[in-house]
Write a protein that binds this ligand. Structure first.
Ligand code: TYD
Length: 211
């Protein structure tokens, strides 16, 4: 059992902001300092949550999920992930770096999807005892720059990525509002620049958490 304290970092932002690349770079930097690090993602991260992920991103049937069912599925996937992977890792004294967490549900389902923050927060309280990251890294960039990165990525859009530009603008506005309301909990990071430049901004934004 390590004496070091495990820390929980979540990466958030719109599609194409570079969350996965930056999660990997941060994990490498922390491991180089001798820290144990688990990198994971949402929806997913455990076998059960990965199964729910495919239901969410590729809904069976034409109609897709209702907004309420969608929010419940995200919360269910998160409950499994928190109980089976995130809390045990933190309890061992290791770091968890998660590509998206509950603030994605607050921005997508609560904000853009219209369910409201109270409903999403209540689901998280029930499902995951309200677990919060030690810091949320919000990667922010202009819509036009992200659109360019997404078309370069070239993968077919999933059920959520494929929603309207207005939906994704509402997601970005909701993330912005969440960060403004909790300046201690969120670090807003400019996502434009080389991966190394963005990585340096992120390291500076969590420096106070590194032992
Ligand atoms: P993914 O391909 O992992 O995301 P990204 O585009 O960031 O690489 O797909 C996850 C999708 O699910 C993405 O469109 C955001 C959405 N999502 C929600 O709507 N609510 C949530 O709580 C989470 C975790 C993700």
């Amino acid at each position: 059992m390590s004496l070091a304290q495990g820390r929980f970092i979540a990466f958030e932002g719109g599609e194409g902001a570079g969350k996965s690349t930056q999660a990997r770079l941060l994990a490498e930097a922390l491991r180089a300092r001798g820290l144990g690090v688990v990198v994971t993602r949402e929806p997913g991260g455990t076998p059960g949550a990965e199964a729910i992920r495919s239901l969410l991103l590729h809904p069976p049937g034409e109609a897709g999920w209702t907004p309420e069912a969608e929010a419940l599925l995200f919360a269910a996937a998160r409950a499994d992930h928190v109980a089976r992977l995130i809390r045990p890792t933190l309890a061992r004294g290791e770091w968890v770096i998660c590509d998206r967490f509950v603030d994605s549900s607050r921005a997508y389902q609560g904000g853009a999807g219209g369910l409201g923050d109270a409903a999403v927060t209540a689901l998280h309280a029930f499902g995951s005892d309200g677990l919060r990251p030690d810091r949320v890294i919000l990667l922010e960039a202009e819509e036009a720059a992200l659109a360019g990165r997404l078309s370069a990525r070239g993968a077919a859009a999933d059920a959520i990525e494929g929603r309207s530009a207005a939906y994704h603008r509402a997601v970005a506005a909701a993330f912005h509002a969440l960060a403004e309301a909790d300046p201690q909990g969120f670090a807003r990071i400019d996502a434009l620049g080389s991966p190394e430049e963005v990585h340096a901004r992120i390291l500076a934004a969590i420096a106070d958490l590194i032992p």
